[in-house]
Structures are given as C-alpha cells and as structure tokens.
Design a protein around this ligand. Structure first.
Ligand SMILES: NC(=O)c1ccc[n+]([C@@H]2O[C@H](COP(=O)([O-])OP(=O)(O)OC[C@H]3O[C@@H](n4cnc5c(N)ncnc54)[C@H](OP(=O)(O)O)[C@@H]3O)[C@@H](O)[C@H]2O)c1
Length: 312
C-alpha cells in the first residue's frame, strides 16, 4: 500500500504495465472498479497521466498512481522496482501486460532485440525484482503474464535469440510470446515447489482492437499493412474491453490456479469469455523453460537465484 495515500489502506494493490493504452488501460479500469489501487507503469508518464484522468472521469473513486517504467531499459526496470519497494509494503497482483508486435528490428538500451527485450526480458527482470514484495504480501498474490495465440507459432532460437543473423518481425513476436508462456509456467513450478504464497498465471486476449496492430506498419512505413490492420480491427477484432477480460479474470477470479492458461472461449479463441485452456505443446516443455530461464537470468543480470526459487 502507498505510504502517501491513506485512502488505499484496506485496498488491494496492483501494478499494470502498459496501463495507458489498449488492454492495460481496460485492465486498470476493471481493477479500479473493483476497488483495487493500481500503479500504472507506463513508459510515458504524460500518456499515463492522460489515461489516469480519463479513468478518473469515468470512475471518480478510482485510486490510481502513474509511475515511469520503460521495459526496453533494464535500468528503468530496476529504478521502478526500487521506487515501488520504498513506497509500498504489499503487491497483490502484478500484470505483465505491456508489449510490442511485429515491429522492424530495433534494440533495447542493453542491446536486446526489442520484442524479446520488452515483451519477455523486461517483464522477467521486473517480476524478479518485485518478487520480495509479492511474497511478503499477506494472503495470496498473483503474477499474470499476457501472451498471445501467436505463441503457438513461436520457437525459441537459442542460436540467434536477438535476431542478429536473420530477423522476421512475426517470428520475433512469436518467440517473445512463447517466452511469456514458458516463463509463466516455470515461475509457477518454482513457486509451487517453494510452497510460496504467490501464483503465476498466463493469459491471452484473443484478438482485440488496440494500438498494437498499428505499430509495425507505422514503424515500417507500410500504408497497405496499416490499412489492412485497421480493416481487420474493425471487422474481426473484439473490443479492448472484452480483450482485457482474460487478464482481469486471471488477476481476480478465486477459481483460477497457478499454472492456468486463460483465454477467450469463442471462435478460434480469438473472442469470447475467459476460460481455462491448453497452450501449445511446446509451451509445456520443462527443459526448454529451464533453459530460457537460465539464459534470461544471464542476459538481464537479475537472478531469482535464492533457495526459494531454485530449479525443480
Ligand atoms: N490486442 C491484441 O489483439 C493482442 C493479441 C495478443 C496479445 N496481445 C498482447 O497484449 C499486450 C497489450 O497490448 P495492447 O493490444 O493493449 O497494445 P497497445 O494498445 O499498443 O498497448 C501496449 C502498451 O505497452 C506499452 N509499451 C510498449 N513498449 C513499452 C516499453 N518499452 N516499456 C513500457 N511499456 C511499453 C505501450 O506504451 P505506449 O502507449 O507508450 O506505446 C502501451 O501502453 C501486449 O503484450 C500484446 O502482445 C494483444
């Protein structure tokens, strides 16, 4: 709970990454409606504050705080976690939501391919750094990681993780989204074997109309792809509000268990209401998950390496 806001004394506390836009915005709204105090972790505090004002206009009793977090810079991740631990004693829900999709090859501050760096490594480091406060929270706390149906086509290319030799925008997205599932499940296994009071759940939104689909075409300057994405969003996608439901369900529903994979129950799991589903066969590969975990620790320099979370 925040030291500087007495009104949140009995409320649960959540952190939502990418809270200013799309699904993160809707997840923040949904949590705020339930009376949860939400820390909106945004790379632009200006966009974060604008989103906060929009939510407050709709939900005057919302308890929100914006703080800067750039997942493309591990120093920013460390600074966010340090600030959070100094301002809050408890964290009930960490929503690892922010992401980028199918963008041209770029690198994060530490030289990682951006989709792998932001979608997976940034959240890996954030979770490791926030684990102590998640663990010290009374009752059960949850880590919910946002993946995608695109994880089904994903492969982890350990020989070229950063796409330096060969880069495909969709291949890198699939890799990062498979990494989200492998990470979420491996975290769950380690938490269980440590008998920890934290649960790790993975979810995906199906297809929801947000800004996500426009970033790749905008950054590559493809008007045709931009137009196609706008058309597809208008015709096929469900709303961002509905797309946020799996993450909200994973974050709040009492029936959800660590290791669950939650997604929409409708056509091709692209739309509908949240349900527990199976992820791809590859995502259950424990050896693959442990190898990714070790490589992620090495790359980020952040370790879960305490007796509590040693490999099972
Ligand atoms: N929409 C879908 O159909 C769909 C399908 C499958 C999976 N997903 C997943 O859902 C998640 C949310 O996407 P969305 O659809 O809500 O897209 P969105 O509207 O584009 O929102 C993405 C959010 O991530 C933030 N972000 C991007 N790079 C960041 C960084 N370096 N550090 C911190 N935050 C960063 C964005 O901040 P800015 O606003 O500052 O750019 C924005 O707040 C992603 O993980 C995505 O892979 C979405």
């Amino acid at each position: 709970m925040s030291e500087h806001d007495d009104s949140t004394d009995s409320a649960e506390t959540a952190v939502v990454t990418g809270a200013n836009s799309g699904l993160g915005f809707e997840v923040t709204k949904g949590l705020a409606e339930r009376g949860t105090h939400v820390v909106m972790a945004c790379r632009s505090t200006e966009r974060g504050e604008a989103a906060k004002r929009e939510i407050e206009a709709e939900i005057p009793e919302a308890s929100l705080e914006v703080h800067e977090l750039d997942l493309a810079d591990l120093d920013s991740v460390a600074a966010f976690a340090e600030w959070f631990a100094s301002a809050y004693d408890e964290l009930d829900v960490l929503c690892n939501n922010a992401g980028v999709m199918a963008i041209p090859r770029k690198e994060t501050a530490q030289g990682f391919e951006t989709q792998f760096g932001v979608n997976h490594l940034g959240h890996f480091a954030l979770t490791a750094r926030l684990l102590p406060v998640l663990e010290q929270t009374p009752g059960e706390s949850r880590v919910v990681t946002q993946s995608s149906v695109a994880h089904r086509n994903g492969e982890i290319d350990f020989d070229d993780l950063q796409g330096e030799r060969s880069y495909s925008a969709w291949g890198a997205y699939g890799q990062s989204k498979l990494a989200n599932v492998l990470f979420g499940y491996e975290l769950d296994r380690r938490l269980r074997s440590a008998d920890a009071s934290v649960e790790s759940i993975v979810c995906h939104p199906g297809w929801a109309a947000t800004n996500l689909q426009f970033r790749g075409p905008q950054q590559s300057g493809s008007q045709l792809r931009l137009w196609m994405m706008k058309l597809a969003n208008a015709v096929i996608a469900q709303s961002a509000e509905r797309g946020a439901e799996p993450m909200l369900y994973a974050a709040t529903d009492p029936s959800v268990e660590g290791g669950d994979f939650i997604g929409p129950d409708g056509f091709r799991n692209m739309r509908g209401s949240p349900e527990v589903q199976e992820s791809s066969e590859r995502s259950y590969d424990v050896d693959l998950a442990q190898r990714l975990w070790e490589v992620s620790e090495e790359l980020t320099g952040v370790s879960f390496d305490r007796p509590l979370l040693a490999a099972t």
